[in-house]
Design a binder for this molecule. Structure first.
Ligand SMILES: Cc1cc2nc3c(=O)[nH]c(=O)nc-3n(C[C@H](O)[C@H](O)[C@H](O)COP(=O)(O)OP(=O)(O)OC[C@H]3O[C@@H](n4cnc5c(N)ncnc54)[C@H](O)[C@@H]3O)c2cc1C
Length: 446
């Protein structure tokens, strides 16, 4: 046994000494060569999802690909399609592409996680220990799904086929089979008290599931409940009114100010804290439970100098430049910009950040201004969509010259067929900045 250990040690010493020779040879050839784990980019992007890949595509030519993107995931998901997968209108395979096929044309993809942010020294350190310096930094880390923040939820969703969630690629494929197997009882849909991505998705999947039961003549055997921690069904009154009426018409029991705090998987019970009332709870028995989990920015960002008190990246809401570090910009779900977090919002932000980051690199004044544009195509059935579009302070920014509160087949076609093409062919390459051009065209005949 000791003989084996000795020979292993000998091997490892041999390896170490040969490595020293290689490193010193490299050192003598050029004294400026950086150690292997140190890198430097003109532009470093953290997060290669919707926003990060678009900015890499936008700047590839200008910066001669001197761009590094830190992104851990081998797959890039078009998350907006998860709702349609849960509703049986698209397949899971249609939601993703390989990250390498999206990023490798534009930049150096570093398949790793950023774990330390040191903006005073223009430095990011990755989980594998790479030290990456930058001239400019773009943060596009999205949101983290915190299923474990609700007592008993993680165990229930991992262990019970009838507890599901469209929000995660890990759980979205459970949704349709759970709905298909539902024959009676209570189908319960929840919405959390934290900021989330796509504030409409939790109710969209409720409408699609309800319609499926109706078509299968099982509707009168199942009670549908939508429980939200918010005091409203949707953050903008114009659409909230339309959605309250729609849900009422479909006999969906909508309860507001109900925050999911515990799932008792063994008893199939969900416990809700009644928001605004001291120590008051409601317990609901379920046959199917669909959860929109609490969300936050990724924990690697928490308590860094880059975030505000709520741990969102602190940006100027107009320019999307960091409030303290002028060579740092951010976009997408991880920012403090006070608007609803969607890919549509991200598209508009890509336009603004492209303009302002370019100006910052060239030492010019920042002229791009974000109006808070965001959009939510509310799939109220498998053939109709209410298209909500608004900006900061709930200002209505509808694109089309008709009442978008009315559920329409044309908007359904837009959501299900046109938007995926726009996403894969234009948006992830940085070539789609939202529909403001068309809005002006219809409205003013420009
Ligand atoms: C179910 C569902 C339905 C939706 N429906 C719609 C819709 O109908 N319309 C719409 O406009 N939007 C919709 N959205 C929202 C939309 O998908 C997001 O708002 C959008 O993808 C945000 O883009 P992002 O770049 O900010 O984040 P993401 O696209 O999520 O990308 C963030 C990236 O950062 C990476 N990352 C995280 N932590 C680190 C780290 N420490 N280091 C390095 N990288 C890291 C992640 O791996 C990820 O790839 C929906 C989302 C979901 C989940």
């Amino acid at each position: 046994m000791s003989h084996i250990i000795k020979s292993v040690n000998l091997g490892s010493n041999l390896f170490k000494s040969s490595r020293i020779i290689i490193l010193s040879a490299a050192h003598s050839s050029t004294s400026t060569q950086k150690p292997e784990n140190e890198k430097k980019f003109k532009l470093l992007i953290v997060g290669g999802g919707t926003g990060g890949s678009a900015i890499a595509g936008t700047f590839a030519k200008m910066l001669n690909k001197d761009i590094g993107v830190i992104e851990p995931s081998a797959d890039h998901y078009y998350q907006s399609m998860f709702t349609l997968v849960g509703g049986g209108l698209k397949t899971f395979d249609q939601t993703s592409r390989h990250t390498k096929d999206i990023l490798n044309n534009y930049c150096s993809w570093i398949q790793d996680k950023a774990v330390t942010f040191d903006p005073s020294n223009n430095l990011v350190i990755t989980k594998k220990g790479d030290k990456i310096k930058y001239d400019f930094l773009l943060l596009a880390l999205g949101l983290q799904l915190n299923y474990d923040a609700v007592k008993g939820l993680q165990e229930a969703i991992d262990g019970d086929a009838n507890v599901c969630s469209i929000y995660s690629p890990k759980y979205v494929q459970k949704v349709l089979p759970a709905v298909k197997s539902l024959k009676e009882g209570v189908a319960l849909y929840t919405f959390p008290s934290t900021p989330v991505k796509c504030a409409g998705a939790a109710q969209k999947i409720c409408y699609l599931s309800e319609e499926r039961l109706f078509k299968n003549s099982l509707r009168d055997k199942v009670i549908f409940k939508y429980y939200t921690a918010l005091p409203v069904i949707f953050p903008v009154p114009r659409y909230a009114e339309a959605l309250d009426k729609y849900a009422e018409g479909r006999l969906i029991d909508v309860k507001k100010n109900r925050n999911l705090v515990e799932v008792r998987g063994d008893k199939k019970e969900a416990v809700f804290k009644i928001v605004g009332e001291e120590d008051k709870y409601e317990v609901v028995k379920y046959s199917l439970l669909h959860v929109a989990p609490p969300m936050s920015t990724p924990s690697e960002l928490w308590n860094t100098p880059l975030v505000d008190q709520a741990n969102f990246v602190s940006v100027n809401p107009d320019t999307l430049q960091h409030t303290k570090y002028k060579n740092v910009f951010a976009l997408g779900d991880c920012t403090s910009a006070p608007t609803s977090k969607t890919a549509a919002a991200c598209a508009s932000q890509i336009g603004v950040v492209s303009k302002n980051l370019k100006a910052a690199i060239m030492g010019q004044e920042l002229k791009g201004k974000y109006d808070g544009y965001t959009s939510c195509p509310l799939t109220v059935s498998s053939s109709k969509v209410i298209l909500a579009e608004f900006g900061y302070d709930g200002k209505i920014l509808e694109t089309f010259p008709f009442d978008q509160r009315v559920p329409r087949y044309s908007m359904f076609l837009l959501k299900v067929h046109l938007m995926p093409i726009i996403y894969w062919k234009l948006m992830v390459k940085g070539m789609w900045h939202g529909p403001s051009f068309f809005r002006k065209l219809w409205r003013f005949g420009l």
